[in-house]
Write a protein that binds this ligand. Sequence first.
Ligand SMILES: [Zn+2]
Length: 322
Amino acid sequence: MDDFAFKPGIKLAVTVDDLFLWKGVPWPDGYGPSIVVPAMTAAFAEHGLSHVYGFSATAPSGGDRAMREIFDHWCEAGHRIGNHTHYHANLNWVEQDVYIRDIERTAELIEPWIAEAPVRYFRYAMDNWGNTAAKYHGVQDYLHANGYTSAPVGVWFYDTEFLAAHTRVSKAGDGEAMAWLRYQFVATALRQLQIQATTARAVFGRDPIYIWLVHATPLAADCLGDILTAFAAAGVEFASLEEAMADPLNQKDAPLITPRFLNHIQKWAVHEGLTLDECPPGVLEEIEALHPMDGLDYAGVMGRVFKAVADEVGGWFERKQY
Ligand SMILES: [Zn+2]
């Protein structure tokens, strides 16, 4: 793993998306939201993190009771809930009014928990803020008028791209491959933070308070503690999302309307004409080569999962464009 440290140190707010993941995701034996989410809150407790915002589509929760259990646990552990739509609609796949209805559908369900948060944050699914100017302005206007603040993703590490490989390696019972996969998961988190922070400095001339994203995947359950340890050793000081959102660089929406899978910093970089390194990381090809199994390739799994989401919400499916 890269032996480097941020000099000076950086501040970073952790956020978690998709505490239930999405309908139709193949969970490996021994994993599910009731295992993954407590493992993540335990890692946060160990590293002294509280007030971590969780953004989850509610349709994949498996019913009211399952949703209540996870959200209660999350908030009792000192964390907060934000709005992430009900079906996990992607604004690339739907019209504006359909997207807004999806925000409103989940708003009713999550009210007991979001009411406890000091700010009503909204996170766009896949950080896609609209592939047309009309959609971008339409949804942003709706959010502003309804008391929401959009929380962008500043840094991500393509963690859901590890999901299918993790399922295959689990099924294969290959301990050596699992150890390698976990190592790469942590190393990729650290490497992508380094790369995207370098990009941020090139664009903004300083470090913003970074808003980092990790999803509630089985690998996160196993590796989040190691990632937080590696981040702290590299000079990361953990901050709250409220603190990060007070940074003007996080409030300044990227002036780029795009269907591409780009986060806030990456959109700014593309707008400024910079090239993005390791986007996506080269290691993804290696992990896709692990234990090929019918129907469990990354593109196959995610295509099925998100095509079904697009169908359910009344839209059309488009694959991620890096
Ligand atoms: Zn999501």
